[in-house]
Design a protein around this ligand. Sequence first.
Ligand code: FE2
Ligand code: FE2
Length: 204
Amino acid sequence: MTTASHHASDDGPLAMLRREHGVICDLADAMTRAIESSDGGSKPATRQLWQAAAGVLHALAEQHHGKEETVLMSYLELRGFSRATRPLAAVLADHRRHDELLDAVVAALARASGDPRASAPLRVAFARYRAHLQRYIEREENILLPLAERVLAAADAEEVMRRFGMFIELSGGAGWYAGLMASADRIRGAATRAVDQAGVGGGA
Ligand SMILES: [Fe+2]
Ligand SMILES: [Fe+2]
């Protein structure tokens, strides 16, 4: 930070959501490369890694969508927006679709028990999930967050941040939240190393 008085945009609620978008996308990207470079999970350690990644992606989404739906959207409703119309309705639909696609990944993982033939459905399921994630996070960054930036007053932003803190407290607390972020980072690192060990350079 370059200024003595911090800007709300640096550590406010919208910055927190943007950081979470980054954590989710980075982990999903590492997993995309890991799954593409694998033989379908013939090693138990590989399957364990994928399952751990799916579990963390699920927990991250639950935490992230929870803050957006229960806190941020409630404040946008106070400013006259409705969950029944765009853009909030589109975000809610995106969240539901996200959950369906992640469930499909988990189901494909359960079937990919080292059988190389099971790797194609897993790749397809994960690619669908990743593509949706990309589209929906872009929509949020281009529409939802700029809208929130425009309509929420500084006092609102402070209150939203306080309620984000309460939401995290109810989810398991600040330590739990830090642990979730650390897990995401650790699994991303493990997935990246798995790609390196598979001897695949990986595309950019
Ligand atoms: Fe989001
Ligand atoms: Fe969202």
